[in-house]
Design a protein around this ligand. Sequence first.
Ligand SMILES: Nc1ncnc2c1ncn2[C@@H]1O[C@H](COP(=O)(O)OP(=O)(O)O)[C@@H](O)[C@H]1O
Ligand SMILES: [Mg+2]
Length: 254
Amino acid sequence: MIRFDRVSKTYKNGTAVRGLSLDIDAREFLVLIGPSGSGKSTALSLVNRLIEPSAGVIEIDGENIAHTSPAELRRHIGFVFQGIGLFPHLTVAENLGITPRLLGWERDRIAERAQELLHLVRLAPERYAARYPRELSGGEQQRVGVARALAAEPKILLMDEPFGALDPLVRDELGAEVRSIHERLGLTTVLVTHDMTEGLLLADRIAVMRDGGIVQCGTPAQLMSAPVDAFVREMIETPRRRATRLAEMLSVAP
Ligand SMILES: Nc1ncnc2c1ncn2[C@@H]1O[C@H](COP(=O)(O)OP(=O)(O)O)[C@@H](O)[C@H]1O
Ligand SMILES: [Mg+2]
């Protein structure tokens, strides 16, 4: 569904993505993980042409995206930004209607879609549609962010550290919710995070990035059982240690 073929991106001050090759299957949930500055956001933003590559080709469904206008491309790709990113002066329903309005949908259809989307992310429309972002909790705001990205029924969902600003419980709940929406809608999802536990729990495959390249790409089980090097081993060490400690605690619990 999405193919990176030897893609590089060089900014004035250096190379953020170097020689990245990666194939993401239709309906796959792929997690891009790596330390801050490893090129995750750049790699993700190349897919909907928020950033243009310096070299290499990105294909969606076999088509070089350089030949599709960014506007057309973004109709088929939902994007959830780092942080929250709702428009503060628009209500929830109005935020959800932004893309449909740009696409010229009828007013009734836009209103109907807002209702559907709120149901999808489990926010009761009668309670939430008319509120402003500041009248929502962080978790609720990010549910609206996810709903907004799905407004025009995209096939692809890109998310850049969508749960970063949320407390751990809400984060966990929303992660599971997104995974469930991914299944139900048959999406191809790419999620950027720096939290390996989150990655292991959500992903079909994890691509570990470092210095603009992919160090290892595999299923959570492959990463856990056969990390390619010390860097990947270190990244899975914390989740592994936590899992072991929790298992021990649970085995002695009454
Ligand atoms: N717009 C930009 N202009 C110049 N350098 C950038 C820009 N965006 C990112 N970078 C640099 O590219 C590298 C990778 O950044 P980024 O893709 O944001 O990494 P990550 O999302 O993994 O933290 C960093 O060194 C960053 O400083
Ligand atoms: Mg980033």
